[in-house]
Design a protein around this ligand. Structure first.
Ligand SMILES: *Cc1c(COP(=O)(O)O)cnc(C)c1O
Length: 399
């Protein structure tokens, strides 16, 4: 059979993606330095130059996670692969796991845990709320056999910022391990793996680290590693088995699967940018810009959904009478700005505005507020034009 029999198209358009301003729940904007790093020559995954880069990559990940954990690395795959890696390695079939559910990602963690054969119990709160320490204490008292407690630090579906320290104390008093989703916090909101005694933590590259999606930084405490090493059954996932992947990242360098070489270059450069700025300065920048955006949005009459908002993700209610989808599609088509829609119970009700990493800038706030103001006026809302910019500027000098 020849190509002509298939009537096959042989000419396809060149790839020409538009320059967007990415203010959604991820991916965030990527610095040119990161994209340039990804275009460098591909090395073999056992090339000494590549292995030297991996060692530095791992040291940078430890600094960003604020940990000394030996088992710290980047899993091949997006944040969900990191979630699956943490759960699959810590859970053996029949283990009791408590999952804290306050939105999409807690729900997903529960699903992953069930698939790994855990006896799952969940604490559920209304979307937009955070889990209370007393709820965890009660659940652990009712189920002292609990081995792992999973919780989302930054629930991207609701914009809520979950406090962890008190919960961590309770989990360890009960002899369990604490597993934390830090996908939308790492590199933008304070995450202290060692100080907070987090036993397993995963993140993603395309949120506050501002690297394209494709890798998932993870770290496991010595306590978690003990649990993994003493398993009586094999890790349910071959691809995500830390006992094997850890050997490739250790001095043994045993081949497991081919590392995503150029993705690692991207993460390497993105982490260099994070550490050049300084973690504390970066967290402060996210806070400062969040205060500016919040002041601007509130000046236009918008209201925040969560009581404790993240600085990296702003979830606000779509104003009464405004067409959610029309505003978002006009933002993209006319201004090149992407924001996120509501998920689950917030479908059609919420906008999720991310200010993550490279995207968290004063310039983006000014552009977004101006664009949104124009669109909301077209939607028939009335408010003082210019009030949003004025409020954001005032917040800039105040905070
Ligand atoms: C984005 C996100 C994930 C999933 O990451 P993917 O990169 O989409 O696989 C998990 N948890 C949270 C909190 C997220 O925001």
């Amino acid at each position: 059979m020849s190509d002509s029999d298939l009537n096959a198209e042989t000419s396809f358009p060149t790839l020409n993606p538009s320059e967007r301003i990415l203010l959604g729940p991820g991916p965030s904007g990527v610095a040119p330095r990161v994209l340039e790093a990804m275009a460098k020559p591909t090395l073999g995954h056992l090339d000494p130059e590549y292995l030297a880069m991996m060692d530095n990559l791992r040291e940078m990940l430890r600094q960003v996670f604020r940990t000394r954990n030996p088992l710290t690395l980047a899993v091949s795959g997006t944040g969900s692969a990191g979630m699956e890696a943490c759960v699959a390695n810590l859970i053996e079939p029949g283990d009791a796991m408590l999952v804290c559910v306050s939105g999409v990602f807690g729900t997903r963690m529960r699903d992953v845990a069930e698939r790994c054969g855990a006896e799952v119990r969940a604490i559920e709160v209304l979307w937009g709320e955070t889990i209370q320490a007393e709820q965890v204490a009660a659940a652990l008292a009712a189920h002292p056999e609990t081995k792992v407690v999973g919780i989302v630090h930054a629930e991207t579906s609701t914009g809520a910022h979950q406090p962890l320290e008190e919960i961590s104390r309770l989990v360890h008093e009960a002899g369990a391990l604490l597993l934390v989703d830090a996908v939308t916090s790492l590199g933008g909101v304070d995450v202290r793996v060692d100080d907070w005694q987090i036993d397993a933590c995963y993140s993603g590259t395309q949120k506050c680290l501002s690297c394209p999606p494709g890798l998932s930084p993870v770290t496991f405490s010595p306590r978690a590693w003990e649990k993994i090493e003493s398993r009586s059954s094999k890790v349910q996932s071959w691809y995500l088995d830390m006992t094997m992947i850890g050997r490739y990242w250790s001095n043994e360098r045993t081949y497991h699967h081919t590392a995503p070489i150029n993705m690692s270059y991207g993460l390497y450069e993105a982490l260099r940018i994070v550490l050049e700025e300084g973690l504390d300065a970066r967290i402060e920048r996210h806070r400062h810009h969040h205060e500016m955006l919040k002041a601007g949005l509130e000046a236009m009459g918008l209201t925040y959904i969560p009581e404790r908002s993240l600085t990296t993700l702003n979830a606000v209610r779509v104003p009464e009478g405004v067409d959610d989808a029309r505003v978002r599609s006009r933002l993209l088509a006319e201004y090149g700005i992407e924001i996120g829609a509501g998920l689950g119970p917030f479908k059609g009700q919420a906008w999720r505005v991310g200010l993550m990493g490279h995207s968290s800038s004063r310039r983006n706030i000014a552009l977004f507020l101006a664009a949104l103001e124009n669109l909301l006026v077209d939607e028939g809302l009335s408010f003082d034009r210019g009030a949003a910019q004025a409020a954001a500027s005032a917040a800039a000098t105040k905070s």
